[in-house]
Design a protein around this ligand. Structure first.
Ligand SMILES: Cc1cc2nc3c(=O)[nH]c(=O)nc-3n(C[C@H](O)[C@H](O)[C@H](O)COP(=O)(O)OP(=O)(O)OC[C@H]3O[C@@H](n4cnc5c(N)ncnc54)[C@H](O)[C@@H]3O)c2cc1C
Length: 430
């Protein structure tokens, strides 16, 4: 078993964005590149080039020249004789000076390119709220359309292929930022050119951002920054068991999108999703794909209305399907035999407990792994996404180390289930 860290794209520190509160688990980055402006970069190139072409004997050339370029020096004044000496073509031949200039120029250009791309990623782009489709009494799908400045669609297209990612939303009055995960585009032959974004957002009555977003009328402007990659799907991954809590289903749908759009062996890939919600309202019409012979575990026998499998089967008989359930059903139709879903509803006393986790891990099929070169760990992955309590309950908490949120060890129910299963797996807490 391997526990993996998450990918972090560097971010400008919130203070510099005039944003005071951010809920992403990324720490603000700092450092020379972040704090360097393009003008400073180009002035440094010219100062460095000047310094090198004069044949100055800087050792190492860059540090001395950089200090000079920055306009300060702690070195004592150089005697005139030395300066004259340095203007002679003493140590370096002209081709050497040229080569050094080219190398330094290339490095600075590379840094500047990176800086420009980062600037574009870190800028907030205005979107217009064009639709809000209720999914349940507490969550809606928000549809956003870019306004004047068009986003970099290529970057989004790349993100859709890469795995799990999010955007930062800005609350303009409070200057706070929260992350939300876009849902894969629907009914689009290609993600290319699709500029609308959809988000499943829960309305938390006491939450600053979510209640603000749910109060916004259609036509309002919302500013977004991204994409921020959280998890990168390796092309070697063949089987995934995904534990999703509440809106944690959005990353599961993203993974499905990335997994099945991979060109190689996409027909061999399998995804099993276990989706837990507090209320049936959030997943109306969802019925589990587990075998009827395997009853879901009844947590409590004291409650008179503690339905088990029968209740979910009854609900499934209804034609009513929530929007997210519909998307899951479409996914199953599009990839028959490759996608399976189990629903867990707390108010119906169905839980992702020990048995459920153990059964889920039993879906990893060793027969699918012949003749592949990559390690089986890479090929089988367990992903967990949802509120921090959900992740902790299943696999132990994520941890803060050196100002960054890290994966932490795998403990609790998942560790037990893994120890009982003979499979070699990689675990990601999203
Ligand atoms: C990478 C990532 C992706 C995410 N994707 C999604 C997504 O796709 N969809 C989605 O809905 N969410 C998503 N989230 C969660 C989202 O970013 C926000 O955390 C969530 O919407 C709550 O933010 P908020 O500002 O509304 O709540 P906050 O104001 O930050 O409050 C947080 C919690 O504290 C409680 N609280 C606040 N004040 C009080 C008080 N005085 N007393 C008691 N309780 C209080 C609130 O009820 C709330 O539950 C994601 C989070 C991350 C990190």
């Amino acid at each position: 078993m391997t526990i993996c860290g998450r990918l972090h794209l560097p971010k400008l520190c919130p203070e510099r964005q005039n944003v005071t509160d951010i809920n992403t688990r990324q720490s603000p980055s700092s450092g020379w590149l972040t704090s360097m402006t393009p003008r400073a970069a180009s002035s440094q190139v010219s100062s460095i080039s000047r310094c090198v072409s004069k044949g100055s004997l800087c050792k190492p050339p860059s540090s001395h020249c950089l200090r000079r370029a920055q306009g300060y020096s702690s070195a004592p004044p150089q005697p005139e004789r030395k300066l004259q000496q340095s203007s002679q073509p003493s140590g370096l031949k002209s081709w050497q000076r040229y080569a050094i200039t080219m190398v330094i120029g290339g490095v600075v250009y590379g840094l500047y390119e990176g800086y420009s791309n980062k600037q574009a990623r870190d800028a907030f782009i205005p979107y217009k709220l064009v639709k809000k489709d209720p999914v349940s009494t507490s969550a809606s799908i928000f549809v956003l359309q870019p306004q004047a400045r068009s986003p970099d669609l290529d970057t989004y297209k790349e993100a859709w292929q890469r795995g799990i990612w999010n955007f930062h939303f800005k609350q303009p009055q409070l200057q706070i930022v929260r992350a939300y995960t876009p849902l894969p585009p629907q009914d689009a032959p290609s993600v290319e050119g699709v500029s609308q974004l959809r988000f499943l957002i829960r309305n938390d009555a006491y939450g600053e951002m979510s209640s603000y977003l749910h109060r916004l009328p259609i036509g309002s402007q919302i500013e977004l920054r991204g994409p921020n990659i959280e998890y990168e799907l390796s092309p070697d991954v063949k089987q995934i068991v995904f534990f999703a809590g509440g809106t944690g289903i959005a990353p599961a749908l993203q993974v499905a999108h990335a997994l099945f759009s991979q060109k190689e062996h996409s027909k061999d890939k399998k995804l099993h999703i276990l989706w837990a919600n507090r209320k049936r309202d959030d997943c109306v019409g969802g019925h589990s794909d587990h075998s009827p012979a395997e009853p879901l575990v009844k947590k409590s026998t004291t409650s008179s209305n503690s339905p088990t499998l029968n209740a979910s089967t009854k609900t499934a008989a209804s034609n009513d399907q929530g929007l997210v359930v519909k998307e899951l059903e479409q996914l199953k139709e599009k990839h028959p035999g490759q996608v399976t879903v189990e629903y867990f509803v707390n108010e119906e006393n169905t839980w992702i407990d020990r048995d459920a986790v153990f059964r889920a891990l039993g879906r990893f099929d060793d027969n699918d792994f012949s003749g592949r070169s990559s390690s089986s760990q890479e090929q089988r992955q367990i992903l967990i996404s949802g509120p921090s309590g959900f992740i902790s309950y299943l696999a132990g908490p994520k941890e803060w180390r050196n100002g960054r949120e890290q994966q932490g060890g795998v403990s609790k129910i998942l560790a037990h289930a893994i120890s009982m299963n003979p499979h070699n797996v990689k675990v990601w807490k999203i």
